[in-house]
Design a protein around this ligand. Structure first.
Ligand SMILES: Cc1ncc(COP(=O)(O)O)c(C=O)c1O
Length: 624
């Protein structure tokens, strides 16, 4: 068994384990004693009917996270002596896929959890779910007349739909519509807190954040509500700190500020019953347990107890009845439950097996390049690199000027790669990671080409430099002998991954195994359940991947509980306004014309049309 070089047991401690056969095992956190499921077996099973890439959703992980968040809050409430309940509310925007929402609703029923919506479409999803009687639907975001009417009328069918006031203009509209319908609204008010958070989403917090009412507008809103006899409808205070909050101190400070508003608004006369602290609970993508963008310096227990303790202290001080605590954790709830699995299609190896042999006609610089091999040493490593590049570049000039031929330059480039790789091996063996040469050499890593689209499946890695742990799902008991960067299947130079979470920190290359002929080699990208599916785009028209929901069972067994076929080419064409019938018709006519001119035989024509039709119905990714 090799070391856990990918840090799997650090970032994936509740969920993943390296099996004795070297494959990646999926642990069942709901039944810790049960035998892990071999992920390669799931992939093998899916391959019988489908093709990679796959999103594999592990339903046990979703259930586990929902249980954990609720149970840890309840534990803190009991230990700290807080005198009210906790209600989790799932923000639909984080992963709206119907299978996910169905499962969230199912697993969170026993906790009476609700849903948070930020648009009309999300409101429709929420209203159509079988929520428990007291579960809340919390409406954030900009609301038009239709949105407000729908929410108000839904209260008539016993739904607890709360309209969260985002602006004074919106409040006026709510007042007008509720009067015209003669329905008293259930209202929340979104407060803009002044505490700034660190991390990637700091712009969601503080004075300059886009959402919620600043303090002067809060007082105006309260006056408007009182004037219109609606102050008694204000039952919830909302605030949201931003996503992936890295530092627990920031969560404490923010909770304290939220309490101050809650106390003041209650003292003004509003019957506030719920304090909603929004999202922000982070995921430790690197397993470092540090206050950094991709990590967090707190555990779930700490998060819950810090919030509950702060609330109790502040409300007791102000002699205010403890309200029901709400959090809207999206990322932490769904991120662990999805894994992207893709196969490697090809490799670009910047290496040659042996050093080209010199002959008399070769340029003198070529012999100098080969001589570098004799002085590779710690003291002269930079010199070796400089010399190698100098000679190669001078020889390239000769080629451009027509002074050496194609065979000469080919031999020179091969020699360059051979010597460069000996320098690379030396740097790795001597662990000269801190040497500036190491990062230069990283830029010359081999490339593995994966069957996935960064833009469709991992958009945050492209757009905001988000890190997701990546590891092979097989051969984890073999020492990797290559260091590579990953390239996706799109024709975009941005479709590269060159930052990796490893056991000893964030590195610019991924240690990986050399590929054997005809061997399928899979990589997993972990914690992709939050935001990625929703934010993904159709760059190069690579669509949704095949998705499989898997339930881990006893004794290393599993059940595929749902399969969703990825986008067909006809579907992605449709998104960009092509009708597959129309393009097939145009193409058939064109083919017929050439058949009439006898440029193509009947057999070839039929074959061409058959292939065209099959592609229209096919998967957008590389298929074997
Ligand atoms: C209002 C609101 N609630 C909840 C969330 C979810 O946050 P997180 O995924 O960090 O839990 C968001 C997302 O930014 C949000 O805007």
């Amino acid at each position: 068994m090799t070391n856990d070089i990918y840090g799997i047991e650090k970032w994936g401690k509740d969920f993943f384990k390296i099996l004795s056969n070297g494959n990646l095992g999926l642990l069942n956190p709901l039944k810790i004693k049960s035998k892990p499921v071999d992920l390669t077996k799931i992939v093998k099973k899916l391959n019988q009917k489908l093709s990679p890439p796959y999103i594999i959703r592990v339903s046990n992980y979703l259930e586990f996270m929902i249980n954990e968040i609720n149970e840890k809050f309840y534990k803190s409430i009991n230990t700290i002596g807080y005198k009210n309940k906790f209600n989790s509310v799932y923000p639909i925007k984080v992963n709206q896929q119907s299978q996910v929402i169905k499962k969230v609703v199912k697993y969170s029923k026993k906790f009476n959890s609700g849903l948070e919506v930020g648009s009309k479409a999300e409101l429709l999803i929420a209203l159509s779910q079988k929520l428990t009687k007291n579960a809340l639907i919390i409406c954030n975001g900009t609301k038009d007349e239709e949105f407000i009417k729908l929410s108000l009328l839904s209260n008539k069918i016993d739904m607890k739909t709360i309209l969260v006031i985002e602006s004074l203009k919106e409040l006026n509209l709510i007042i007008k519509i509720s009067k015209s319908l003669d329905i008293k609204p259930l209202l929340g008010i979104r407060i803009k807190l002044t505490n700034l958070i660190s991390g990637k989403w700091s712009q969601s917090s503080g004075d300059r954040s886009a959402f919620g009412l600043p303090v002067d507008k809060v007082t105006e809103a309260l006056t408007d509500l009182k004037k219109n006899n609606l102050l008694d409808c204000l039952i919830l205070q909302h605030s949201h700190l931003g996503s992936q909050v890295p530092d627990i101190i920031e969560i404490r400070k923010y909770t304290q500020e939220a309490c101050r508003f809650f106390i003041e608004i209650s003292n003004y006369g509003a019957p506030l019953k719920y304090i909603d602290l929004g999202g922000g609970l982070g995921v430790d993508y690197t397993g470092e347990n540090k206050s950094k963008f991709h990590s967090i310096n707190y555990s779930l227990e700490e998060y819950c107890s810090n919030i509950v303790e702060t609330l109790k202290l502040e409300f007791d001080k102000a002699k205010i009845k403890h309200p029901i605590i709400i959090t809207e954790s999206g990322r932490a709830t769904v991120a662990p439950s999805s894994i992207l699995v893709f196969n490697i299609l090809d490799t670009t190896i910047f290496d040659v097996k042996s050093c080209p042999v010199l002959n008399k006609k070769d340029h003198i610089y070529l012999s100098y390049m080969i001589q570098i091999l004799s002085y590779i040493s710690i003291d002269r490593i930079q010199e070796c690199f400089n010399d190698l590049n100098y000679y190669r570049d001078e020889l390239r000039i000769l080629f451009r000027n027509g002074q050496i031929n194609l065979l000469d330059i080919s031999k020179i480039e091969k020699t360059y790669l051979y010597v460069l790789n000996r320098i690379k091996t030396f740097v790795e063996e001597k662990k000269l990671n801190a040497n500036p040469i190491a990062s230069k050499l990283n830029n010359l890593a081999d490339i593995y080409h994966g069957n996935f689209s960064l833009f469709q499946s991992l958009p945050d890695m492209w757009a905001i430099d988000q890190l997701h742990p990546i590891a092979p799902i097989q051969k984890l008991n073999h020492k990797p002998n290559k260091h590579v960067i990953l390239n996706d299947i799109t024709c975009d130079s941005d479709g590269m991954i060159s930052k990796f979470v490893l056991n000893d920190g964030i590195k610019h290359t991924l240690p990986i195994h050399a590929l054997k002929k005809n061997e399928e080699y899979y990589l997993g990208v972990f914690f992709v359940g939050a935001y990625q599916e929703t934010l993904g785009d159709l760059h190069n028209l690579f669509g949704d991947t095949n998705i499989s929901t898997v339930k881990l069972e006893e004794n290393g067994k599993f059940k595929i509980v749902h399969e969703q076929i990825g986008d067909k080419i006809s579907q992605v064409l449709n998104y960009v306004e092509y009708s597959s019938d129309d393009i097939l018709k145009t193409f058939s006519e064109k083919t017929r014309k050439f058949h009439n001119k006898k440029s193509i035989s009947s057999k070839e024509k039929n074959q061409l049309l058959k292939n065209f039709k099959a592609s229209i119905d096919g998967y957008t990714y590389f298929e074997n």
